[in-house]
Design a protein around this ligand. Sequence first.
Ligand SMILES: Cc1ncc(COP(=O)(O)O)c(C=O)c1O
Length: 402
Amino acid sequence: MTIKLSNRIQLVKPSPTLAISNKAKEMKDAGLDVINFGVGEPDFNTPDYIKQAAHKAIDDNFTRYTANAGIIELRKAICQKLERDNGLKYDPKQILVSPGAKASILDVLMAVCDNHDQVIIPVPFWVSYPYQVLLAEADPVYLTTYQVDGFRVKADVLESTITDNPTAKVLILNSPSNPTGTVYTQKELEEIAEVCLKHKILVISDEIYERLVYDDSRHFSIASVSPEMQEHTVIVNGVSKAYAMTGWRLGYAAGPANIISYAGRVQEHATSCVNSITQMACVTALLKEDDSIEAMRLEFDKRRNFLYTELVKNPHLSCFKPEGAFYIFPNISWYIKNNTLGIKNTDQFCEKLLEKYHVALVSGSAFGIEGFVRFSYANSMENLVKGAQRFSEFLQELRENS
Ligand SMILES: Cc1ncc(COP(=O)(O)O)c(C=O)c1O
């Protein structure tokens, strides 16, 4: 007997970033020297001061279920962090600790969206947003952004998108951005906030890459625009990226108490609390930070500069210089249009690159846009040097066959 699957689940496709990583892993296991730029996680180890706090939690037998929304020490530590780094005051009742920022976003969407409410997603987007919206049985509305604008949402375009989509309820904003590395300025966020307030749009502000900003860019949370905007924002953040803790699974949402309380209800019946040991370690991560966190940022910055410089040496390639996160998103559309090797889209470009040159990238199509590829520079300098070289050789081959 075949059980018919739900309509909801049939809309959801596997994560494309995982698909390329799996293929690269298979090739690696078969003995090939594959350089994988597909991975969205720091290649550093979790800093020792955080690991020690986890050891202590185990030794203290801190191993039972905790409050669903997170232990009070951690929710207080998150409030302190939000005040210290973002100038925002929250009460622990306004914080939900979840198994990853990914879970926080889904919980919030489930709590605020009704069937066919519209959720505005700027393109290019992080791969999970559309599927999370579909899982919440809401409708994604895509708002195109352009390389010439640094992939930024413009307030006037946002306004017309909202006007054209009268059941728009939520905007998902991601700064610093995956995949482009865009970091919005305070002024840009003020303009976006004005439109959101006028149309009563809730912003889910995904700030998971907050700590990874470079040059003159500064992270600013849209919730900091005004107290009114704070009431229209749910900040989502976590420890995965800045503290190299992807496998520990801890993220959080901070927002209006009623939304947080109902998002918590989703979590209560889905996963319950985050692992107690992880929670204890994160109190230390947030309150007792040492210089290992800044050292990782500096290393990412070095790699970003290297990769950007190497990539833009290639003729017919253009690239927005990332201002944050650990991704770079070059425009390779000329090569798709001009090669005679039968490569007709960005997926085929990535497949051929992996097959022939053993370099794994993620196709722009995964992020809703053709003609771009994403490198993650959460990889060793040695691999960046080798990978950039192989990538250039591939482009040269395409030019020779144009
Ligand atoms: C933009 C963005 N948001 C959220 C997440 C999820 O983070 P977490 O590991 O906390 O679930 C990621 C991870 O890749 C991401 O890139």
